[in-house]
Design a binder for this molecule. Structure first.
Ligand code: ADP
Ligand code: MG
Length: 247
């Protein structure tokens, strides 16, 4: 997507951690408007910390996070998570973090908690049900009684309710059977196409992630260890072959 429309993300020289624990060191990556980029990494390498740094939930100690929204550059440093969401940057968190004792529809309505999203709530609810017909059938079901795959649908639809431009998805494959992981990837791709999103997805499931990723990065101990300009370039990388493909 060239020109001034679309939403892009640029992270540069980012350091972040928790108190004395340094997790990210000098992380730079970018996601161009309309791209799907995967951040590959096994457990404990800093994927979630990076996602939370973008959202303003973790305060970086150095570096920058910038978004470009329809040609307008916005520095995300120091913004509260709510303000980041208001810009249209929305995270589907690891483990989904739904309200299990509320219904599907109650969970979705809670996704539109920001003033900007409330104005378009009914339209986005209709769009969620169109995109995920299963959720329309199950709108009155308690989320805690749904399967993992269905819960991931709720988590994606809840993100849709906050009117995203840039969707961050943190390990959507966690806890799902392989067939459901594949379906989840398809749902993300479909939602992206339908809403014209820009997507950054953290994953350790290489095979499933590259089904929808345009390109990606490998993160090891809080450093970007490799940048692959295409899914094929990732597949050919020695580190990826050894760690993620077992070759
Ligand atoms: N709240 C926290 N306090 C202290 N250390 C944390 C916290 N969250 C994560 N960490 C540590 O940061 C490192 C990276 O974690 P994380 O970003 O969750 O990695 P990933 O998502 O790739 O599994 C790990 O060593 C983890 O133990
Ligand atoms: Mg994580």
């Amino acid at each position: 997507m060239a020109g001034s429309s679309g939403a892009a993300l640029e992270i540069s020289g980012l350091d972040a951690g928790y108190g004395a624990v340094r997790v990210l060191e000098g992380v730079s990556l970018h996601v161009a408007a309309g791209e799907t980029v995967v951040l590959l990494g096994t457990n404990g390498n800093g994927k979630t910390t990076l996602m939370r740094s973008i959202m303003g939930q973790v305060r970086p100690s150095a570096g920058s996070v910038r978004a470009t929204l329809d040609g307008r550059a916005v520095d995300l440093a120091g913004l509260a998570p709510e303000a980041v969401v208001d810009l249209g940057i929305v995270l589907v968190p690891e483990g989904r973090r739904l309200f299990p004792r509320l219904t599907v529809e109650q969970n979705l309505r809670l996704g539109a908690f920001r003033a900007a999203a409330r104005a378009t709530l009914e339209g986005n609810l209709a769009l969620s049900y169109e995109l995920f017909p299963r959720l329309a059938e199950r709108r009155a079901q308690l989320v805690g009684s749904m399967s993992g795959g269905e819960q991931q649908m709720v988590a994606l639809a809840r993100a849709l309710m906050s009117q995203p431009r840039i969707l961050l998805v943190d390990e959507p494959s966690v806890g799902l059977a392989p067939i459901l992981v594949a379906r989840t990837m398809e749902m993300i791709a479909e939602m992206k196409a339908r809403l014209g999103l820009t997507v950054l997805m953290a994953e350790q499931n290489f095979h499933q992630a590259v089904r929808i990723a345009d390109r990606g990065y490998v993160i090891v101990h809080g450093h970007i260890a490799f940048e692959g300009e295409s899914a094929a370039a990732l597949q050919d990388n020695e580190l990826v072959r050894r760690v993620y493909l077992g070759l």
